[in-house]
Design a protein around this ligand. Structure first.
Ligand code: TRP
Ligand code: SF4
Length: 525
């Protein structure tokens, strides 16, 4: 988001005192605010979310939400895709704040969890009751009622509770211990910068943040594994913080190095670049030394180096101080918070030539990737978590049926999974469309399927796995062959069928829920 300085200027020139979380027109990702996104491109450019279509090919038998671009973004999904492909361990986890009825937007996330579970991932669905209580002021009675509804829908859609795990935050002691521990690595300034917290933010709300951090890392408590968190992009601040915290708990930091001293990333790039360019054979005793690199840098025209003056200055100082030390690429294990035993175990575990320093070990015959695996193994063997940074996938928010955003507080804007099938039918019939003023104009110019909430219903839900059907609706719409009246009628009927079927299944899984290992009544209620 906006980095560490809470008073940093926003693009509009206003000082941002809320970490960029508010502000109607700026792109903002705010977990407790509006979840409308006006411009998805900005999420790539400003927040560093990656495009999902770039990993799509690596996903075995991708879900229709992936194929249709409803899942549009991700962070670091590759390791998860690879684990699914290779049949290796992976996990999927998402959480639900029980503040109202589960609706068709939540169904996207339910489906994503279930899809990963069916492809072999350990699956977790959690009820964020602590968050609902602290951040939304829900009573425990309300929470219990809604929690049950979320869980029934999740099971009705195919979640297997025997293979997967369901829990509620408030009764999961292991989770709370992990949250407490992670809280030791996060401080108030950081939460202020990320979430816009201030002196008036209550402590329980802050605790709900560390609880969510623990949720996200919970699947890795037994052992580290690629884990994906399917969520809306409003949750991205949480994902980034969890990725940072995961990193902070690690015993060792693995990096590439060129000599005994530490380099900052930009400095390292410069040295790497020169290392590639210089030929050791041109130097006195066939060995390239730090001073030689310093000299070469000084002789290279500045334009060619493309680094800041600061970086240039600091690299030169470091190289000159090291003097005649040979430059040799190596893989470095920096000791972040390893116990003495773990540090010694690491030294023993490194094969080939190595050098041990006070706070790091350099290995000369290990690639960075192998070194990372080794560091994780040693950490886990010595009582650490060895967390992998959690991955995420992001789905688009559905447009409200009445135009604007879909909001739980505006019943006509969304379809609840508990809506009477006839009401579902009526809501679709009453929905706004991307149609033209008159049938004639529609035949001539075609409808605007890309701006149509009804088309979204087809693509996100009603067409199911049938890409051909979704495409036909789209093509017929933009080609002017489809008129909104019939189109809505068809969608409304499909919605009615879907709701009736879903509710039947909900009734069938009641028993499954009673047998599942999750408390349905809060001890506080
Ligand atoms: N904060 C999420 C929401 O507002 C709920 C949540 C809690 C969650 N813990 C989570 C989501 C872990 C994903 C992963 O809906
Ligand atoms: Fe939307 Fe269907 Fe009308 Fe096209 S024809 S604008 S998809 S309602």
């Amino acid at each position: 988001m906006t980095g560490d300085d809470p008073l940093e200027e926003s693009e509009s020139g206003k000082p941002v005192t809320d970490g960029g979380a508010a502000g109607a027109d700026d792109v903002a990702l705010d977990p407790w605010g509006s979840s409308a996104v006006s411009d998805y491109r900005k999420l790539f450019e400003e927040f560093g979310i990656e495009r999902f279509d770039e990993v799509l090919e690596e996903v075995p038998d991708p879900h229709y939400l992936m194929r249709r671009g409803v899942i549009f973004g991700h962070r670091d999904y590759r390791p998860v895709a690879e684990a699914l492909r290779e049949g290796e361990d992976a996990a999927v986890l998402s959480g639900f704040m029980p503040t109202g009825d589960p609706h068709i937007g939540h169904k996207l996330v339910f489906d994503e969890i279930i899809w990963h579970q069916q492809r072999g991932a350990d699956a977790y669905g959690l009820i964020a009751d602590l968050e609902a209580n602290s951040a939304r002021g829900m009573s425990w009675d309300e929470i219990d009622e809604h929690a049950r509804d979320y869980l029934l829908s999740l099971l009705a859609l195919g979640f297997d509770p025997e293979e997967g795990e369901l829990y509620r935050q408030s009764t999961n002691r292991e989770l709370q211990d992990l949250a407490f521990e992670l809280g030791a690595d996060a401080n108030f300034s950081e939460l202020e910068a990320i979430y816009g917290f201030d002196g008036g933010t209550d402590v329980s709300h802050m605790q709900s943040v560390v609880t969510q951090m623990a949720d996200i890392l919970y699947p890795q408590l037994e052992e580290p594994k690629p884990t994906v968190i399917p969520v809306g992009p409003d949750q991205d601040p949480h994902v980034r913080l969890a990725r940072d915290l995961a990193e902070r708990t690690r015993f060792f930091k693995v990096s590439k190095a060129y000599a005994s001293f530490e380099l900052e990333p930009a400095e390292r790039e410069l040295v790497a670049d020169l290392y590639e360019r210089l030929d050791p054979a041109e130097f006195d005793d066939d060995s390239l030394r730090c001073v030689h690199v310093a000299e070469a840098i000084e002789e290279t025209p500045l334009e060619e180096l493309a680094v800041s003056a600061d970086t240039l200055g600091s690299v030169l100082t470091k190289l000159e101080e090291a003097g005649m030390e040979p430059v040799r690429p190596r893989t470095r294990f920096f000791d972040r918070r390893a116990t003495d035993e773990a540090f010694d175990a690491l030294i023993d575990a490194i094969d080939g030539e190595k050098r041990v320093y006070e706070n790091h070990v350099d290995a000369f015959e290990l690639e960075v990737g192998e070194a990372e695996e080794l560091a994780r193994e040693v950490e886990v063997d010595n009582g650490g978590y060895g967390f992998r940074p959690p991955s995420s996938i992001y789905h688009r928010f559905m447009t409200g049926l009445t135009g604007g955003k879909m909001s739980s507080s505006v019943p006509a804007s969304h379809i609840s999974l508990l809506d009477d099938p006839e009401d579902g039918y009526d809501k679709v019939k009453a929905a706004t469309t991307g149609g033209r003023e008159t049938a004639e104009e529609q035949r001539e110019k075609g409808g605007k399927a890309d701006e149509c909430p009804v088309y979204e219903l087809y693509a996100y839900l009603l067409a199911g796995d049938d890409d051909e059907f979704a495409k036909r609706v789209y093509d017929e719409c933009v080609g002017g062959e489809r008129l909104c009246g019939d189109c809505k009628e068809q969608a409304a009927q499909l919605m009615r069928e879907f709701l009736a079927e879903h509710q039947e299944k909900r009734a069938e899984v009641e028993e499954l829920l009673e047998d599942a290992d999750i408390e349905l009544e809060s001890p506080r209620a």
